[in-house]
Design a binder for this molecule. Sequence first.
Ligand code: CAA
Length: 388
Amino acid sequence: MQFNFTEEQLAVKEAAREFAQSELLPGVIERDKNMIHATEQIKAMGELGFMGMMVSPEYGGGGMDTLSYVLAMEEISKIDNSVSVAMSVNNSLVCWGLEKFGTEEQKQKYLTKLCTGEWIGAFCLSEPEAGSDATSQRTTAVDMGDHYLLNGTKNWITNGGSSSVHLVMAQTDVEKGHRGINCLIVDTDWEGVTIGAKEDKLGIRSSDTHTIMYSDVKVPKSNRIGEDGFGFKFAMKVLSGGRIGIAAQALGIAAGALELSQKYAKEREAFGKPIHKHQAIGFKLADMATAVEAAQLLVYRAAQLKDKGENFDMAASQAKLFASDVAMRHTVEAVQIHGGYGYVKEYHVERLMRDAKITQIYEGTSEIQKLVIARSILNGQLYEQLLF
Ligand code: CAA
């Protein structure tokens, strides 16, 4: 593909590929089957610099661009999506949000540990009755003068059980609607924070997804991100970046399924020749390769727009919408190419197929991405983007 990567970007991609092959591939089937969190592997990724890739070195981060992060996400996601979602949430929702909108004190206290794998972060927006409709926050942060009193329940929280820090969206002033929402930084060892049971999921089974309860948690005012009432806009801005990470995850799933399918189609013989020489299989591989490259263009473009400091909301949604559909469609095809072998765990494609589904759901469902894209078009972004 004609994309001019720098030597540094290619080195990051190679390092991520090597780590995924040597440290994540062994044991990935077992972890998925038994819902075992990859605690040690994620810690090692922190030490290698994969958990705070875009954060400036001043706070212990890698000082890399979004494109490098996306290339690393793609490689890790070819192998273990329970790990890559932990990486995505920590890098793009928690670390990026803290560095861009946090105070110096917040950055010194939290970022330095979040970048190195010593701590991991979670992003707590979704609630039992606030998924796609994220403005309907029921969690409350009552203003008590020098602190907020936090009460409520958050659902489907990635890194929920393993995190030391939560970014929690909560309603302070109901009268103001979404303009009354704040984002509070909560240490998980504070009194009143309870981690609920781990979810038993279709895919990304070893990722650490929990319900979290907050009961009269005292959060100092100094732990609010931004001005009073900035919480919802903070969540939206951060989620646009997060969607590039999940788009890269979906791309990695599709590209991983393609790599496995090509290999299998060359090795497996039927009717006296390798199956890729049968048009039925060759055409499937052709469709997969074309879709994966098209997804790459959208994902890399969204990352580049972010790196250039341009508006990337629509591009991020387009990348996630397209790449997650490619991942879903083509992992089903990868299982089909593998036939009976594809249906058993040993060949990895059934896991990728199960993992693909969540990329159409979290960090905004495909329907929400279409809503964001449609609104952006009406706001006049399309013409500008076609000029790219
Ligand atoms: N940047 C800045 N501000 C934004 C914004 C953005 N990208 N998008 C919206 N806003 C602002 C709007 O300008 C508006 O503010 P004003 O009224 O002051 O102008 C405010 O936010 C509300 O926006 P809308 O009126 O558009 O609100 P809405 O309710 O109609 O729609 C939505 C908002 C886009 C549907 C939003 O609710 C949404 O994105 N929903 C999906 C939620 C989501 O992605 N959840 C993911 C959970 S996290 C997760 O999955 C992580 C994980 O663990 C893997």
